[in-house]
Design a protein around this ligand. Structure first.
Ligand code: PMP
Length: 395
């Protein structure tokens, strides 16, 4: 008998429910700010990716309104047909200048950027070596290619060297890594990874979703942090949906990269261009981070303060060196219970368990932003101390 839709939905949902993986997202009832209202409760928000407070920033909203008035609601077509507006082109030049790269292209999200760029660049006979903890959009992007795929141990240049030395090819070799890893808050050791890649003539591809607007001078990214911004053998991709406050993705690098992507990246070719208001907000974000140095200063002051205090309380934050601050609770049930108790104390921070993170390293992931005040962070720290003691994670 053919499976009915009801049966399929029921099977799938039951299996998720039984394994405790059924998701019920909490609902924000106001803008995504450091303090907001979630499911009827006033909270300090440690769950967002709103690193610079741009999601509801007046300068971004002003330019979004301006572009909305001048350019309308929608781009009206895919970029290659009639959807390329002057503001798209100007914004892409702005990104290339900001990133110090030969060219840049903007896509609809960080997710589709990985699909578009990896799909456009790689062919049969090429070799891709990808960090084992890379983001789902990289994994999906690589599924779209016929290149040979290998996985290196997380942030391990020696394992990368082993794989590159065992897999010679006349095709393109691409080493793929996140710049900042979203679950642990650690950095890819780009200095050593790029050096190994170069020994074998490989190109390095860095997904800097959590590093862009966070790492490097004025938030220019992890590639800048390590000093590779002018290198033609390093491709920077990332999202415009986290620190930059809107939604979108970019690919920046070699002067000819943009031209290839315009011709080959399938999300670019077959999906309507970004709306003017979003382009306006994002272009204002790049201006604002350069105009107002206090944004980066506050992000990093808050990050240092929160991490130091959590460690002082006795929590394990997994050596994270970025605003992403995991707090380990061990079993998934403990992390989820801690998240519930924190919420009751007015702190919104999400618990993560297996299979998102390893079984015994279930955690709450906190993201500190420039918008948090000392009072916000102190309220969160007091709640952490109380919940950590109640659950026996600290003394
Ligand atoms: N890459 C990485 C490393 C990410 O963390 C994310 C966001 N979850 C993405 C890509 C996707 O970005 P976007 O939300 O813009 O699709």
């Amino acid at each position: 008998m053919t499976t009915s839709l009801s049966e399929r939905l029921n099977q799938e949902l039951s299996s998720l429910r039984e394994s405790g993986l059924l998701i019920h997202p909490r609902v924000l009832e106001r803008a995504n700010r450091a303090r907001t209202r979630v499911d009827g409760r006033e909270v300090v928000n440690l769950a967002s990716n709103n690193y610079l407070g741009f999601a509801d920033h007046p300068a971004l909203k002003a330019r979004a309104e301006q572009y909305l008035r001048e350019w309308g609601v929608g781009a009206g077509a895919v970029r290659t047909i009639a959807g390329t507006l002057r503001i798209h082109e100007d914004f892409e030049r702005q990104i290339a200048d900001f990133k110090h790269t030969g060219s840049a292209l903007v896509l609809h999200s960080g997710f589709t950027t990985n699909q578009g760029v990896l799909g456009a660049l790689l062919r049969e006979g090429d070799l891709v070596v990808s960090d084992e903890l890379n983001h789902a959009s990289i994994i999906d992007g690589l599924r779209l290619t016929k290149a040979t795929k290998k996985v290196f141990k997380h942030a391990d240049p020696e394992d990368l060297r082993r794989i590159l030395s065992e897999n010679e090819t006349g095709g393109l070799k691409l080493v793929v890594t996140d710049g900042v890893f979203s679950m642990d808050g650690d950095l890819a050791p780009l200095d050593r990874l790029v050096a190994v890649a170069r020994e074998f003539g490989a190109v390095t591809y860095v997904d800097d979703a959590h590093g862009s607007g966070v790492m490097g001078a004025q938030g220019r990214g992890t590639v800048h942090h390590f000093g590779f911004e002018y290198a033609d053998d390093v491709i920077q991709v990332g999202t415009l949906s986290k620190a930059w406050g809107g939604v979108g993705g970019y690919a920046a690098g070699h002067g000819d990269l943009r031209q290839l992507l315009i011709n080959r990246a399938r999300p670019y070719l077959f999906s309507t261009a970004q709306p003017p208001a979003v382009v306006g907000a994002l272009s204002a974000a790049l201006d604002e981070v350069q105009r107002d140095p206090s944004l980066m200063e506050r992000l990093w002051d808050n990050t240092r303060y929160f991490k130091t205090e959590l460690e002082g309380l006795g929590f394990d934050i997994m050596g994270s060196v970025t605003p992403i601050t995991p707090v380990v609770f061990g079993e998934a049930s403990a992390a989820f219970e801690a998240s519930r108790q924190l919420f009751d104390l007015g702190i919104f921070a999400v618990g993560l368990g297996f299979p998102t993170v390893p079984r015994n390293l279930a955690r709450i992931r906190n993201i500190v932003t420039a918008e948090h005040t000392r009072e916000d962070l102190d309220q969160a720290l007091a709640a952490y101390a109380q919940v950590g003691r109640a659950l026996g994670v600290i003394r």
